[in-house]
Every structure is written in structure tokens, then in C-alpha cells.
Write a protein that binds this ligand. Structure first.
Ligand code: G4P
Length: 550
């Protein structure tokens, strides 16, 4: 109180008390929150693990309640299925639940690789991730890609090696593969005793306790404390041979891997590893208990001007996802707002930085497990849904007046490119509006060529083109066709020397386009050609994401 009266002598005691109390409650709310995502290659067990976590949080009552949000291959030609899945995925996009006084916000990420861009963006809104790996298949391609995104922001990662009830690969081999392919150090915090049919359970190196495995168990028993691994109690529980093997494994682990260092984990340098079987609800509680203890509460975030701390008194946040409404007659959408600092209050006016004006947010929604409910206030780490009629865009920042933009929500170079051809000249306006709104939702990226204004849509997976075509027709009454383009990558270009940049643009005119924000992009036709151009123009920088530092 003394400090505040010194710095703000005009304040009376009751105002000072109110300010201090609100700062205290802000700090408490921050410390209580964990906002994270689960990433995995499809089929590794993300949905199953999500469901078990929700069971622990009491958010659902029985197994089978979480619908898989993945769009399986058979959905390729089934529009209703895609529409249905879109509906499911909005319901399960953010699942909030309480566990042991911790408010957990689990952000779902689409499993289908064609929707990877959506996943990348969701990862910008989390503070940490749990990565699920199938012990039979090891590190798969989608996990590698997602991990690259995590590394860009040094997101802390906990690894859950799943399906230990199956004959999987040697655990040491799996750890080596994670280190090698995902470029992150690992530190096992639990260790399996056999696998497949002979799977006995895991020994928790963190808690020094033994957890015995019984298939299809729904209840979770406490571990058996075995502080000293040489205790013969271990032999009684798992048999002499298994006990011997476990002792040898642990000796090797302690010799090879440094002790678990929480700071290294928080900096994204080392991933603690757990083993279990999600479908059997085995190893999940230990994972969750450790998660709430070590995973970071809402972290400070970078903006164009400065780093904003979550405990700053003033509210700020950004939009990381926009979901179109299912009903084509009402074009309202739900924008997902990640709160980064201060308290969000429903009905308040907040400053929309891009528009440079104040907007009123009267209909914010919280996401609790599968329900949506109106929310009056929300805190850093929370995600609120805002009904929007087409004003908001991915990456938009809301504040209490400060002119800053949250960074770290880049677009990545798509992998497949097609030119949009309007098939109905009478519906040009509708097509433009539809395209622009779908791009704002982040369904795909639009590049407009400088010469001739040719419009090219870029996506990560081919399924997106079908979604766009269908939605353009259904929601905007516009007919478009997509013509394949011979493009390898879209590279955002920059140079410290404006003259060199202008020269480059001049000489590569036919391959220069602008993205949705008007940024310059070089559309490279092949890897070899890009390499050659890079060699010929050393002063030009080529970036595979739209946000870069020169
Ligand atoms: P995903 O979201 O990562 O794509 O994976 P999901 O949880 O849907 O799991 C993929 C499949 O793996 C499911 O089987 C699921 O039951 C199974 N699974 C998950 N965890 C384990 C585990 O610990 N052990 C074993 N043996 N299997 C596991 P499915 O046959 O595709 O679907 P379902 O009919 O069982 O739902």
C-alpha cells in the first residue's frame, strides 16, 4: 500500500485496496491455469487420451463421450460428413475442466493432416503441449511437422508413449528416435516393465512408485511406493526377471540421462517422457498429476512493441481461430480469443487494434468440456468464443487501448497451389466475398499475382479445395474451379537493401504475388529453381513463414 501511495499520492486507501485485491486475484487466477494442446500423428491415441483426461476432470461421465474430431479418409467425397465433423470440432475445440484446483484448458487440434494449418495456429494459443507417440510406430511424419512449430516458440513438451499393451519397439530405441527426429532432448520420468502381452506396468522414476497394469481397468489405483529399486518387494510384484531387467534399465537411464531439470523443460529444451496405455486408462493419471505440477501457467507473450506479462492489469488477447457457423443462412462465425493479460469482462468495450476502434463484446462464450456457456469474465490462459459477423480476422489483437499486435501467428507456406477460376461471371462479387471470408477464417491462403492479378489459393492438404468449392457454392452461391499450378513453395521475401529488392521484383515479375496482408511473396516453381534463384540473389531473404526477422 505504501508503494502505491508513494507513486500515486492522489489515490485514497479504499481505491488502493481495490487495486491490490484485483491484482492478487489476477495472479491467483493465472497460477491456477494450464492451457495446452495434444499433438500426435493420426491414430496415435490423441482422442482417447483427451477422453481419459476429461474423465479425470469430471468433465464427462463415461468413456466414449468424446467424439473423434478427425476427418477420416472416407470423408473425402462425403460432404455431409465434413459438415458434421466441422460441427463436432467446434464443440470440442476447447475443453475446459477443473482438476485438483487447476483450471485446465485443452485446445483440440484437428488430426487430419489436410487441416494442419489449423493445428499450427492453435499451437500459437497454448502454453505447452503433450505429444502422443504410438510405441509400435514411433515418431511419425505429422508429429515431426507439429514439433517444428512447437520449436519455433520453444513450447514446453511432455511426451506420452502410448499403446504399451501392444508389442512395441524397444523403449530406449524410441527415446533415441525422438531425440533424433524431433530434435529435442528427452528425460524418462516413468519406465515400462515389458510390453504387449507381458506388460506389467510402469515404474515412476519421479515418484519412486510402481504402477501395476491390469487391462481395461476404469478405476485408477495408487502406485506402490518403492523408494529403493533394490527392495525385494519389486520382485514380489513383477517377478525376479522383470525386476532384474528394470534395475538394469534404471541404472542405464540414471547413467545416460541428466536429472530432470524443470527449467530446461520450460524452455523447450528437454521433454519429460511417460509411458502408458490411454485406452486402458493406464499411466494417464500420473501424466496429468505431473502435468499440473510442471507445466507452465500462462506465459508472457511477444507483441510488435513489447513483451506483455499475463499479470498486467489491462486486458489483452488475440484471435487464433475462426469457425464458420454451420447455418449458411446466418453468416455469423465464432472467433476464438486467447486471453493473454488482465481480465476480460463481457459487455466491455475493447480496442480492436487493426480497425483502430473500440468494439463491444456482449456475447462471449466460455468452452467447458462439450458445453458452451455465456461467460462474464475470463482470465489469462482462457479461451472465449466471440460471435462475429465478419469483422474479426485471425491474428487480430484486442487491448484496452494500447496499439500493439501479438506476433507469432504466422502463415506457413502451403504445399498445394491452384488458380481460382470464376465459372459464373454474374457472381463475381459473391466469389470475391466468399474467398475473402474463407481466407480470413484460415481455410486456405490466397496469393494475388502482381501481373494480371491472377488469384492462386494455397493449401496444406488437397481436401481443403473440396471444402472451399463446396462452401463457396453453398454459402455464397459462387461457382469456382481450381486449376493446378506448378508451384513448389510460396516464399515471403525481404531485403535490407530496398534497391536490390526492387531489382529482384523487376526481374522475377511473373512470379511475384501478394498475400492477404499485401506482403510480397515469391512463388517458387521447384526446389532446384528456388535454390538457383537464392544463389543468384544473395541479398534477398526467402522465408517459409509470413512472420520473420531479418
Ligand atoms: P487419434 O485421435 O490420435 O487419431 O487416435 P485415437 O484416440 O482415435 O486412437 C486410435 C486407435 O488407437 C483407436 O482404435 C483407439 O482405440 C486405439 N488406442 C488408443 N490408445 C490405445 C492403447 O493404449 N492401446 C491400444 N491397443 N489401442 C489404443 P480404433 O480401432 O481406430 O478405434 P476404436 O474403434 O477403438 O474407437
Amino acid at each position: 500500500m505504501h508503494i502505491l501511495t508513494t507513486f500515486a499520492p492522489g489515490l485514497n486507501k479504499s481505491t488502493i485496496r481495490t487495486v491490490l485485491l484485483s491484482l492478487m486475484s489476477l495472479e491467483q487466477e493465472i497460477q491456477k491455469r494450464r492451457t495446452f494442446g495434444i499433438i500426435s500423428h493420426p491414430d496415435a491415441g490423441k482422442t482417447t487420451l483427451t477422453e481419459k483426461l476429461l474423465l479425470f476432470g469430471g468433465a464427462i461421465q463415461k468413456a466414449g463421450a468424446v467424439k473423434s474430431s478427425k476427418i477420416k479418409d472416407h470423408a473425402r467425397s462425403d460432404w455431409m460428413e465434413i459438415e458434421k465433423q466441422r460441427g463436432i470440432s467446434v464443440a470440442t475445440s476447447v475443453m475446459g475442466f477443473n482438476y485438483k484446483d487447476v483450471k485446465i484448458n485443452l485446445l483440440d487440434t484437428p488430426g487430419h493432416q489436410d487441416f494442419a494449418e489449423d493445428t499450427y495456429r492453435t499451437l500459437t494459443a497454448v502454453d505447452s503441449v503433450i505429444m502422443v507417440i504410438d510405441c509400435v510406430k514411433g515418431v511419425e511424419i505429422q508429429t515431426e511437422k507439429l514439433m517444428e512449430v512447437c520449436r519455433m516458440r520453444n513450447t514446453p513438451v511432455i511426451c506420452f508413449i502410448n499403446k504399451l499393451d501392444r508389442e512395441g519397439r524397444d523403449p530406449f530405441e524410441l527415446l533415441d528416435e525422438i531425440e533424433e527426429k524431433l530434435n529435442i532432448k528427452v528425460r524418462p520420468l516413468s519406465w515400462p516393465i515389458n510390453m504387449g502381452k507381458a506388460f506389467k506396468g510402469v515404474y515412476s522414476l519421479y515418484e519412486k512408485s510402481l504402477h501395476l497394469f491390469t487391462p481395461s481397468k476404469t478405476t485408477v489405483e495408487e502406485g506402490i511406493e518403492i523408494k529403493d529399486i533394490n527392495d525385494t518387494l519389486l520382485d514380489d510384484y513383477v517377478g525376479e526377471n522383470n525386476a532384474k531387467q528394470l534395475r538394469a534399465d534404471i541404472e542405464l537411464i540414471e547413467g545416460v540421462y541428466p536429472d530432470f531439470d524443470i527449467e530446461d523443460y520450460l524452455e523447450g529444451k528437454v521433454a519429460p517422457v511417460f509411458f502408458g496405455s490411454a485406452v486402458n486408462n493406464f499411466g494417464v493419471k500420473e501424466l496429468l498429476d505431473t502435468f499440473i505440477r510442471v507445466a507452465p501457467p500462462p506465459i508472457p507473450r511477444e507483441t510488435t512493441a513489447r513483451i506483455i506479462e499475463p499479470n498486467e492489469n489491462k486486458f489483452s488477447g488475440f484471435i487464433f481461430k475462426i469457425h464458420a457457423n454451420m447455418d449458411p443462412k446466418h453468416r455469423n462465425r465464432i472467433a476464438f480469443l486467447r486471453i493473454c493479460s488482465g481480465k476480460f469482462e463481457r459487455g466491455s468495450n475493447y480496442y480492436h487494434v487493426r480497425f483502430d476502434k473500440s468494439l463491444r463484446f456482449s456475447n462471449a462464450t466460455a468452452f467447458m468440456a462439450q458445453d458452451r456457456e455465456t461467460v462474464d469474465e475470463a482470465w489469462p490462459g482462457d479461451i472465449v468464443g466471440i460471435y462475429d459477423t465478419g469483422n474479426l480476422k485471425i491474428g487480430d489483437t484486442l487491448t484496452e487501448g494500447e496499439k500493439v499486435l501479438y506476433t507469432g501467428i504466422p502463415s506457413f507456406s502451403p504445399e498445394i497451389f491452384k488458380e481460382v477460376v470464376n465459372m459464373d461471371a454474374m457472381k463475381t462479387k459473391q466469389l470475391e466475398k466468399g474467398l475473402s471470408q474463407l481466407m480470413e477464417e484460415g481455410v486456405a491462403q490466397l496469393f494475388t499475382y502482381e501481373l494480371g492479378k491472377k488469384k492462386v489459393v494455397g493449401v496444406v492438404g488437397a481436401l481443403q479445395f473440396e471444402v472451399i468449392q463446396f462452401r463457396l457454392k453453398n454459402e455464397y452461391n459462387a461457382t469456382a474451379q481450381f486449376v493446378p499450378q506448378n508451384i513448389y513453395k510460396a516464399c515471403w521475401i525481404s531485403s535490407k537493401d530496398p534497391k536490390k529488392l526492387a531489382e529482384f521484383i523487376e526481374s522475377k515479375q511473373r512470379h511475384i504475388a501478394r498475400d492477404k496482408d499485401g506482403k510480397l511473396v515469391f512463388m517458387a516453381e521447384s526446389r532446384a529453381w528456388l535454390q538457383m534463384v537464392q544463389d543468384n540473389f544473395p541479398e534477398i531473404h526467402f522465408h517459409f513463414t509470413s512472420e520473420f526477422k531479418d
